[in-house]
Design a protein around this ligand. Structure first.
Ligand code: LRH
Ligand code: MN
Ligand code: MN
Length: 425
């Protein structure tokens, strides 16, 4: 399915008179505060959040999966779904692949489809957290950290293969997330596990093309419940530091113990030019992978506040932004549109923070004033400038409303069938 830009513009029309009035009012309010709304809007237009290939189908829990109709089953249909999302919001023009789930059979055809849909290839992800059919050695006891060198070599070879797939597609980064760890005290020697993991990463790093990054993702628990090989940002940073300039830490919002101050982690990693990527989702308990901004929008704003500050004031390299959520109950496409919108709202709020006044308040230890400044930005309803950025970029005033008006899910079901292979029904 392809979306006609004119159709989107037509549907926008009904909203434009009110939208213009609302946008004008906010732009003037920002102007009076010394904030240039045009520069905020231009930054919003440029901001692109990758969609992972695995998020386009209905997710599940350890206990079950309730499939949705018309889910994509092939890499082609996943790229088409991302293209549809991007046409609706112009903010999700990239897809992140998981190998071997998404091995392209015909690279040229995939690249031209992606080009047609205006979709780029973001970081590619390796997968050594499952055993694949026909695989010689098992990852049951780990992959890059495994006690057996042959298993580590197999996992290293897989990561190199992922780099090669990514190179063919024009990707520029490899994300390594390891399920490696232990479930029981005494199961492994912590130091040996660390050394094995680092040594394996060094061998992968050595194969990285010159213009690539290696993103090291951390996670405190799950699937292992006693220890993880890379449990936290300290370990990830230590490894990235030792690997070299092209190795950076990746923060997944769900990969922290409850109440961790993620915004502080972001600030410190950026100060060291070591933050490479970001996985967005929201959580109440753990790696819940629910819709970004659905539970803790203020935390998301505070994180963006540090990201914006870091992007302006540090030498941190450009980041890979990606949604990493599991859509168990909602239509994944609708959920992704909501997530992108929530992320753009948090970014826009962070862009209108009066940074000079905040710095002055901090220097004067004026805590109440500092809080007022942050909350003034957070409590500003910026949805209208996010919509303005979308309209300027040729997207929908309301992507979700347009998605429903165009009955896109029905069109996908008509095209792909109600029960696709991914549903298992
Ligand atoms: C692990 C994770 C990691 C994986 C993805 C499927 O919890 O966040 O990024 O690649 O989920
Ligand atoms: Mn992740
Ligand atoms: Mn996760």
């Amino acid at each position: 399915m392809r979306l006609d830009k004119n159709r989107i513009a037509e549907l926008n029309k009904a909203h434009l008179p009110q939208h213009k009035e609302d946008a004008g009012r906010l732009i003037e309010k920002l102007y009076n505060k010394g904030i240039d709304a045009d520069s905020v809007i231009n930054k919003l237009i440029k901001f692109q959040i990758a969609i992972p290939s695995w998020a386009l189908g209905t997710g599940g829990t350890r206990f079950g999966r309730f499939s949705g109709p018309g889910e994509p089953t092939s890499l082609e249909s996943k790229i088409e779904d991302v293209g549809l999302l991007h046409a609706l919001n112009q903010s999700s023009g990239a897809i992140s692949l998981h190998i071997p789930w998404d091995v392209p059979s015909d690279v040229d055809a995939i690249c031209s489809l992606a080009k047609e849909m205006d979709v780029k290839f973001d970081a590619v992800n390796s997968n050594t957290f499952q055993d694949q059919k026909g695989q010689a050695l098992s990852y049951k006891y780990g992959s890059l950290m495994h006690v057996n060198k042959e298993v580590r070599d197999q996992a290293i070879a897989h990561n190199i293969e992922v780099i090669n797939h990514g190179t063919n597609l024009g990707a520029k980064a490899l994300t390594v997330w390891l399920a490696d760890g232990t479930c029981f005290p005494g199961q492994a020697n912590f130091r040996k596990s660390f050394e094995n993991t680092l040594d394996s990463l060094k061998q992968i790093y050595a194969e990285l093309p010159a213009d690539w990054n290696l993103l090291v993702e951390y996670k405190p628990y799950e699937p292992n419940f006693y220890s993880m090989a890379i449990p936290d940002w300290g370990t990830s940073h230590m490894m990235a530091q030792e690997l070299g300039d092209k190795a950076l830490s990746l923060v997944d919002l769900g990969h922290h113990l409850p109440n961790t101050n993620i915004e502080q982690i972001v600030a410190i990693l950026m100060m060291r030019s070591k933050l490479g990527g970001f996985h967005f989702n929201d959580s109440k308990y753990g790696d819940d992978d629910v819709t970004s901004g659905s539970l803790k929008p203020y935390q998301l704003f505070l994180i963006f506040n540090e990201l914006v500050d870091g992007m302006d004031n540090t030498d941190n390299p450009d980041l890979s932004w990606m949604i990493d959520a599991s859509h168990n109950l909602k239509d994944p496409m609708e959920d992704l549109l909501q997530a992108v919108e929530a992320i753009m709202i948090a970014y826009a709020q962070a862009l209108i923070v009066d940074r000079k006044a905040l710095a002055d308040a901090q220097e004067a230890n004026d805590i109440a004033r500092a809080q007022e400044i942050l909350q003034d930005a957070y409590r500003t309803d910026v949805r209208v400038i996010v919509a303005e950025a979308r309209i300027k970029g040729g997207a929908a005033w309301s992507p979700l409303e347009t998605y429903r008006q165009l009955d896109i899910r029905k069109a996908l079901v008509d095209e792909r069938g109600k029960y696709t292979l991914a549903t298992g029904l």
